[in-house]
Design a protein around this ligand. Sequence first.
Ligand SMILES: [Zn+2]
Length: 223
Amino acid sequence: MGDRRRVLNKVIKLGDSIVSLIISQKGDSKITYINLHENETTSVTVGKKIIEKYGGCLIEVKAQGQRLISFSLEGKEYQFDPNRIFSDEGIKETLNESNGKAFEVIKKFREELLAILNKSNLIIALHNNEGGEFSLDSFPQFKISRCNGPHEFFYTTDLRLFNSLKSQFSIVLQDNQIVEDDGSLSIYCGKNNISYINVEARYDCYKEQLKMLEGLQKEISKI
Ligand SMILES: [Zn+2]
């Protein structure tokens, strides 16, 4: 792709703290990649590479580099998981201490995110996980399969994507009728008929996560 990446830094106040949304756009693609958990850096590196090649928008939530976002308000510290704020119930659950004002602060933050996300044709959530508690790293003979195991999978709300990817990758289709609303972005998208897919891989499984996103790009171009 010829055109340059445009980068916008949107600063959002969270009580007495600030969070930045780094929004990069390449070309006029309506696909939005989102990194909600700042510590999941492998997925962001992969996302950037894919956008460079195919275009799209990437939102990076930048707070303190952690999975959870902390902020202070009226002398108190609050903490929440940014992937549990997409319903009011979810915010109440994830907020470490119940407080009406803190709730409103997070709700406003959510609206800022949704203002961008709601314009997308497809939302691709970039995540990394730790794998299970039992680590195969202590067994060198298994190293080769570390990144091709049960921790590398797609999770989608979109039946078309599910059908087109299921023969090549592990993929879960969310059942929008029965799934419990924990405030995660996938539930919001399911409820609002927004096409959503999460590309989940263990930390440092760069090559495998890139392969997943490349595979996804091929299928997107077909549907
Ligand atoms: Zn995550």
